[in-house]
Design a protein around this ligand. Structure first.
Ligand code: SF4
Ligand code: SF4
Length: 144
């Protein structure tokens, strides 16, 4: 974890392109519906636009949605779930609001994001639950 935090502060040519390639490779071998650990143990950040889209899709009142499911994220970025597992996770690990799931859900564990090198500390934390993030972290630490 310490090594990944240190790498996040170094400018290493080509590292982001390489991590994106590992993202494709690793997610090509992983079936997220056979896992579901992120939805069970972590939960996403809900921004106001996420809430708006989800409520429009499921016919919910945004104020009630906040009361029923959300609490302020301590970092002030948005809102987090009151309880885990995520109430929208189906028993077979699929997502009941898949088409309008949050941007945070879409991008998790962010290994194909443009500034992934600066997020390696967060990726190390994500790897505690996400096997794909763990495999990508291993590749990063073996290589750099
Ligand atoms: S909204 Fe869907 S994809 Fe996102 S955490 Fe919940 S079940 Fe998982
Ligand atoms: S924890 Fe990682 S591997 Fe598991 S479902 Fe979530 S993104 Fe996929």
């Amino acid at each position: 974890m310490k090594k990944l935090r240190l790498l996040s502060k170094r400018n290493i040519p080509g590292i982001e392109r390489q991590i994106h390639a590992w993202h494709e490779e690793v997610f090509g071998t992983i079936d997220c519906t056979a896992c579901g650990l992120c939805c069970r143990n972590m939960g996403p950040i809900f921004r106001n636009t996420d809430v708006k889209h989800i409520c429009a899709a499921i016919g919910a009142d945004p104020k009630r949605f906040h009361e029923d499911y959300l609490q302020q994220d301590p970092d002030g970025v948005g809102f987090m779930l009151r309880e885990l597992p995520c109430p929208f996770q189906n028993a077979d690990n699929t997502c009941s609001i898949y088409d309008v799931r949050t941007l945070s859900c879409v991008n998790f564990p962010h290994t194909n994001s443009v500034n992934i090198r600066r997020k390696l500390g967060g990726l190390a934390l994500d790897s505690l639950y996400c096997p794909a993030a763990f495999m990508i972290c291993e590749k990063i630490m073996e290589t750099y």
